[in-house]
Design a protein around this ligand. Structure first.
Ligand code: TRP
Ligand code: SF4
Length: 404
């Protein structure tokens, strides 16, 4: 189903890992901040997801959640345009997860690559649990409950969005076939009025008989613009267009986040587990110290030894932060031993400090004003819960457990 751009909804979540670092900022957060200008965005803290691996050490989840939200806000996620909330505060996710679990074959979950990988990686933990096996399905529920069309994720999460699509398809296939679908669709068409109904029928025929995708898109836009039909009518007619049943849960699309080019202090990918990070909240002296002491080309022992930027993690930082003039200065100066390593690092130190200074000032404001942060999250929760309830109503109705 093609949804017009202005109505596309973006949803993404992050596990509460506490304070974020420059890798998160240059990878995920800047991307979110860009998306919030283009789409309706929902961003949430996946605290239940943290429980799937950290069920026995939950002590830091709450604080990590607040600190992470403060970092999102400080980095520029704008609560005026994006909704921010906490997963466990919208328990509808859990109901949808349960309902989806009824139709999800075990094999689909066992085949998700992260299942075996993570069990291997985190051997010290017992991850042979029900919750851990089901966590990609919980993620599917996170996405489907908002009928999100776009899900920005990293490479490692693409398989989860793929699973989500399969589960949605299966759900629609099983529950989208109401008895008398055809007759009901015809009745819904009539509610659009003569002219529009005729147009809808023509477009549907063009799509179904000639595979004309333009006609499909036009018909979908026509449905979006209908004022006098109900939500259920509209969904039925979306489904009827493609000849299937009702599309109750639309399939989302992964929006692959380009891998962060942000290297850590040792030249490897910046990651907490490598201990090579600059935290968004590191104070100015810490930033200065971390960068001054970071390794350089190991062949450059003395100032008079020429170096090779390609063998130096500092050069990778220049690639992120420096303009061409500075980069040329580094190349030239390094290879001819014309500059010292500390001198070479100076522009980086300045750039990181001036990047993080305003972020830290905002983080400080939010930290000192927790009621404001709680308000933002309460608002986000309310918005999210409304959408979630609406979806669940239709899901219950489709399954036949609405008791009305
Ligand atoms: N599983 C994701 C992670 O570990 C976090 C997540 C949970 C998520 N639910 C989501 C991401 C829904 C995108 C959409 O990073
Ligand atoms: Fe690395 Fe710069 Fe030193 Fe060359 S001069 S080794 S690029 S820090």
């Amino acid at each position: 189903m093609v949804v017009p751009i202005h109505q596309q909804r973006v949803l993404s979540g992050m596990r509460p890992t506490g304070q974020l670092h420059l890798g998160h900022y240059h990878g995920v957060l800047k991307n979110w901040i860009k998306l919030q200008h283009e789409y309706e965005c929902l961003f949430f803290v996946a605290d239940w997801h943290a429980l799937t691996t950290h069920y026995s050490d939950t002590g830091s989840i709450e604080e990590s959640t607040w600190e992470m939200i403060i970092d999102w806000l400080a980095a520029g996620v704008n609560p005026g345009s994006s909704k921010i909330f906490i997963q466990s505060q919208v328990p509808e996710h859990a109901e949808l997860h349960l309902l989806l679990s009824m139709i999800t074959p075990l094999g689909w979950l066992e085949r998700v690559p992260s299942f075996k990988d993570q069990q291997e990686k985190l051997k010290e933990k017992d991850l042979a649990t029900y919750g851990f096996l089901g966590y990609p399905l919980l993620q599917s529920a996170d996405i489907l409950i908002y009928r999100a069309s776009l899900v920005p994720v990293g490479e490692d999460q693409v398989a989860h969005v793929e699973l989500t699509r399969e589960v949605a398809r299966r759900f629609n296939h099983i529950y989208g076939r109401e008895p008398g679908f055809e007759e009901k669709s015809e009745a819904s068409i009539k509610k659009m009025g003569k002219k529009q109904a005729k147009l809808y029928r023509q477009l549907r025929t063009r799509f179904q008989e000639q595979g004309d995708h333009e006609a499909l898109k036009t018909a979908q836009a026509l449905l979006e613009g209908q004022q006098n039909i109900t939500m259920a009518d509209r969904e039925r007619l979306f489904g009827y267009l493609e000849g299937s049943g009702m599309i109750i849960l639309p399939e989302p699309q992964a929006l692959l986040t380009p891998a962060s080019k942000m290297p850590g202090l040792d030249g490897q990918k910046m990651s907490k587990s490598y201990g090579n990070t600059i935290s968004l909240r590191d104070d100015m002296e810490t930033i200065d110290k971390k960068l001054r002491t970071m390794p350089t080309d190991t062949n450059r022992v003395r100032l008079s030894d020429p170096g090779d930027p390609d063998k130096c993690p500092v050069w990778q930082l220049h690639a992120v932060y420096s303009n061409d003039d500075v980069k040329n200065w580094v190349q030239e100066g390094c290879k001819t031993a014309g500059i010292g390593c500390l001198e070479c690092k100076r522009p980086i130190i300045d750039a990181v400090q001036s990047e993080l200074k305003p972020i830290q000032e905002r983080a400080k404001e939010y930290s000192e004003n927790r009621p404001m942060v709680r308000n933002i999250v309460a608002e986000g929760r309310e918005f999210a819960a409304d959408l979630a309830k609406e979806t669940l109503e239709e899901v219950r109705q489709a399954i036949g457990i609405q008791y009305r």
